[in-house]
Design a binder for this molecule. Sequence first.
Ligand SMILES: [Fe+2]
Length: 84
Amino acid sequence: MHKKYLTFDKPLDLWEAIRRLNELVDVSDPDLDLPNVQHLIQSAEAIRADGRPDWMQLTGLIHDLGKVMFLWGNDEYGTSQAEQ
Ligand SMILES: [Fe+2]
């Protein structure tokens, strides 16, 4: 997994990664029918509205970004859209 995903040869800026996450239909969260970007922004906004610190708001914004590995995933490693 380190060889496959820690090569830093496919750079994405933060907003591009968030936008690309909208391409994922996340089967791990069947109760969520919002686009992923909306889920991330709602999470960050709820944390902000609750008066939590900036770092926690950022954490809410990026908490699902690891799921972008599906963009380069495959069935063998269980990282594809189908095998997530
Ligand atoms: Fe989430």
